[in-house]
Design a binder for this molecule. Structure first.
Ligand SMILES: Nc1nc2c(ncn2[C@@H]2O[C@H](COP(=O)(O)OP(=O)(O)OP(=O)(O)O)[C@@H](O)[C@H]2O)c(=O)[nH]1
Length: 304
């Protein structure tokens, strides 16, 4: 793994919580770089989706999205809200991103009421400060800090780049010491790999959720850009029993074929290039107890 040789590296997860339009994508783009914008498509079935990986000095900061927390609408979203909060609870830092111009609306209040349940360090990020008077901004920050004790409050304009460097530096500071979670040469496509896995998982779920509730996980093992610009992707679906493997494959491989076709189409859209997708189905007992599988999903293995 390529990373600075010193032992004082830091790495961790930041759960970025923000209502639609708060400016999450804009912020991630300026923290992480251009690649992440490709990943703005919402996959709402996920527990925690890696949206981008930023490097600041010796620190690697992995931003995960916790979708569905704000006003979940679809049935599946509602079912995932509990675990989305769980995902945020596993993060090293929880960052609440609010549109300062909107003030503290109903959605923000609902989040603020739940935040204290998560026993992790929290930071407040007030975005779009270019659109609001300073006195109003300070008033809002004070009010929010009365409700929830935030470790830090940042006032930024994601669009104009104001306050971004300070935010990045402070988040890096807050990461726990430890080796980097992703090798440097994989950083740019890590969110895409993860998203591609999520898409395939979504397709499996859509077709088989009655027969296969939460018993499969998907990993992207290979993401190789070929000279003609197409991408060769290999994924593995892990199930817990051979009977489940048979279900995923279907009669004469029909089910996995249909899943693969649907997934390939969507992955090609996010990759913005033709995709050759190869899916393998493997039985691995107790994958849900294996820390490595969690890391692959961009999650920390639940402690205790
Ligand atoms: N004026 C101003 N506009 C901003 C700022 N940050 C984001 N915006 C705008 O707010 C809108 C929503 O921004 P997005 O980054 O798409 O926000 P998002 O909906 O949270 O992102 P998703 O998670 O992808 O849905 C866009 O039109 C942005 O240009 C800011 O600091 N100032």
């Amino acid at each position: 793994m390529e990373q600075p040789e010193q032992t004082n590296t830091k790495a961790g997860f930041v759960a970025l919580i923000g209502a639609p339009n708060a400016g999450k994508s804009t912020l991630l783009n300026s923290l992480v770089g251009s690649k992440v914008s490709i990943v703005s498509r919402k996959v709402q079935t996920t527990r925690a989706l890696v949206r981008g990986i930023a490097i600041e000095g010796e620190a690697q900061i992995v931003f995960v999205d916790t979708p569905g927390i704000f006003k979940p609408k679809r049935r599946l979203d509602r079912a995932m809200v509990t675990s989305a909060w769980g995902g945020a609870g596993d993060a090293d830092v929880i960052a609440l991103l609010l549109d300062a111009r909107k003030g503290i609306d109903e959605e923000a209040e609902a989040i603020l009421a739940k935040l204290p349940e998560l026993k992790r360090p929290k930071v407040l990020i007030l975005n779009k400060i270019d659109l609001i008077e300073r006195s109003k901004l300070l008033e809002m920050a004070a009010k929010l800090n009365e409700t929830v004790p935030f470790a830090h409050t940042f006032m930024i304009s994601a669009l104009k780049g104001d306050g971004i460097q300070t935010l990045k530096r402070q988040l890096a500071e807050m990461m726990p010491e430890g080796p980097w979670l992703y090798p440097e040469d994989q950083i740019s496509d890590a969110p895409l790999r993860m998203l591609a896995a999520e898409i395939t998982r979504e397709k499996i779920y859509e077709r088989l959720h009655e027969e296969l509730p939460y018993q499969s996980t998907v990993e992207t093992d290979q993401w190789q850009v070929r000279p003609d610009g197409s991408v060769r992707i290999e994924q593995t679906v892990f199930v817990e029993r051979d009977s489940q493997r048979k279900i995923v494959l279907g009669k004469g491989g029909q089910t996995i074929k249909a899943i693969g076709q649907a997934a390939r189409k969507e992955i090609a859209e996010i990759a913005e290039s033709p995709v050759h997708l190869f899916i393998f189905v493997k039985v691995r007992e107790n994958w849900s107890d294996d820390p490595e599988r969690y890391r692959e999903m961009g999650l920390e293995f639940p402690r205790g």
